[in-house]
Structure formats: structure tokens, C-alpha cells
Design a protein around this ligand. Structure first.
Ligand code: SAH
Length: 252
């Protein structure tokens, strides 16, 4: 029998598997045996691809291997969860492609003050479905993740409940102001692109810390930007082009 790598019925154990209902094979969706293992195999293939695409940090690859991405997307999209594609997560927002997520976390771990083990406290702006927050929980000591859309903040809370990640703190609010109570941060990572890096983010960045964020360039296109704080000074570098949802102020 030929295997379809992303087939929904093969992803994840119950109860998530029960949500992958009868798109085209209800009988197999109901079969309880081995489904967890198959989800692991599909994820391992995704990780192999990421490594082939140039993601080298073992901490990032281990996190991408551990976190079940299919649990963060709508059941109708679960069969695409391990493909290198961005996916809608509701309220007009999207979860980034795995290779962009991996790349950004790898950049974050390259902060000038990072010692090579776990990063310290990290702020994520744009919780979305909570997938990246779950990944960050594997590579950082504490994760503060803020979302401006109440519906997504609540969805992330629901998605993450089963993972029981004691070091993830979900916040509802406008992340353009950062989150002063958790500062200073060893890393700040944004999943939405603004016109500039808010000064609150640089104010809340620890010595040796790094901001990784999509930003709109003067030509109107987005690119990844990193901002490092070394010896009290900020330095900024612009990297490759990306496509993120816009960073917006206020809550909704
Ligand atoms: N990291 C997320 C990606 C979510 S998409 C994941 O793994 O699913 C980006 C998110 O940023 C959207 O949910 C959007 O609502 C949110 N966002 C945009 N501007 C924001 C702001 N100022 N503060 C907090 N969240 C913001």
C-alpha cells in the first residue's frame, strides 16, 4: 500500500484524530492503532526537509520534531500541516511556513548573548494559533506570547492546553507595547510585520538579546530584520524578504 504522507487519518492520536473526520476515509480516521507513530514519521520527514533547506541548529530541529503542528490548524487542513506552506488559522491570520518559523527561531538563538543552551525569557508578538509559542517553549526558559485578537488568544489557549507547557504565558493585548512585566528579554520575535521596530521592544531587550521581526521596507516589501543589543548599543541587519500579516495596534 502506498502511503500518503499528509493523510489526515494518520496524524496524531485521539482525541485529535477524531477531529480529522470523514473528508474521504471515515473508517480509517476511526482506527486507533499506530496513528501517533505515523504523525511522528510525517513530522520527521518535515524535519529532514528543513535540515536539507539549511536549518542546522539541533535545538530548533528537535523542537520542530516534537511539536505536533497538525493540532494547531483546522481539522480540514490537518493533511497539509507538515507541508512547507503557510495555513489560515482564522480571523484572517495565518500560521507561517515551517521553514520560516524554523529560520526565525534559529536566528533568535543566535543572539549575541546566547550561550548555546536554552535562551532566557522570550517575548513573542502575535500568538496566533500558539504553534510558535509551543516551539519556543522548547528552546527558551520562559515564553511570553501576546495576541491582539481575543478570538485567537482564546484559540491558542485551547490548542496549548493539552501540551501542559508550564513555561508559556499567553497574554491578550497590543504587543506593539511589548510586555514590560516580563522584561528584559533575551529574545523578542514577531509574527506580524510593522513599519519599524517599536521602541518598547528595544527598551525591553536584555543586553546580548536579539529581536527577530518582519518589517516593511521603504520599497513596500517585507523583510526579516534582526536587532541586537551589544554593549548597550543597538545594531540592525536586514535579511531575506518574507510575507507576514501586518502588525496592528490596539486589540479586537
Ligand atoms: N506565531 C503565530 C503566527 C500568527 S500570525 C502562530 O504560530 O500561529 C500573526 C499574529 O499576530 C496574528 O494572530 C495577529 O493578530 C497578531 N498581531 C498583529 N499585530 C499584533 C500586535 N500589535 N500585538 C499582538 N499580536 C498582533
Amino acid at each position: 500500500m502506498t502511503r500518503r504522507p499528509g493523510f489526515p487519518a494518520r496524524l496524531g492520536p485521539a482525541p485529535a484524530a477524531r477531529r480529522f473526520t470523514s473528508v474521504d476515509a471515515p473508517a480509517r480516521a476511526a482506527a486507533p492503532t499506530g496513528v501517533g507513530l505515523d504523525s511522528q514519521a510525517v513530522r520527521a520527514r518535515m524535519v529532514q526537509k528543513l535540515a536539507a533547506q539549511g536549518v542546522t541548529d539541533a535545538r530548533v530541529l528537535a523542537a520542530m520534531n516534537a511539536v505536533e503542528r497538525h493540532r494547531f490548524v483546522d481539522s480540514a487542513l490537518a493533511n497539509q500541516a507538515y507541508e512547507d506552506t503557510s495555513l489560515p488559522i482564522g480571523l484572517g491570520q495565518t500560521i507561517s511556513k515551517p521553514n520560516v518559523v524554523a529560520r526565525m527561531i534559529e536566528l533568535l538563538l543566535g543572539a549575541p548573548g546566547a550561550a548555546g543552551g536554552r535562551l532566557g525569557r522570550v517575548l513573542e508578538v502575535g500568538t496566533g494559533c500558539g504553534y510558535q509559542a509551543a516551539l519556543l517553549s522548547h528552546v527558551a526558559s520562559e515564553v511570553y506570547s501576546i495576541e491582539r485578537l481575543r478570538g485567537l488568544h482564546e484559540r491558542a489557549r485551547e490548542n496549548l492546553r493539552a501540551f501542559r507547557l508550564a513555561n508559556v504565558h499567553l497574554l491578550f493585548g497590543d504587543g506593539m507595547a511589548g510586555f514590560a512585566k516580563g522584561a528584559p528579554y533575551a529574545g523578542i520575535i514577531a509574527a506580524a510585520g510593522g513599519e519599524a521596530v517599536p521602541t518598547q521592544w528595544t527598551d525591553q531587550l536584555a543586553e546580548g538579546g536579539r529581536i527577530v521581526a518582519p518589517m516593511v521596507m521603504p520599497n513596500g516589501r517585507q523583510a526579516l530584520v534582526i536587532v541586537d543589543r551589544t554593549a548597550g548599543r543597538l545594531s540592525q541587519a536586514t535579511l531575506e524578504g518574507v510575507h507576514f500579516v501586518p502588525l496592528k495596534s490596539g486589540t479586537a
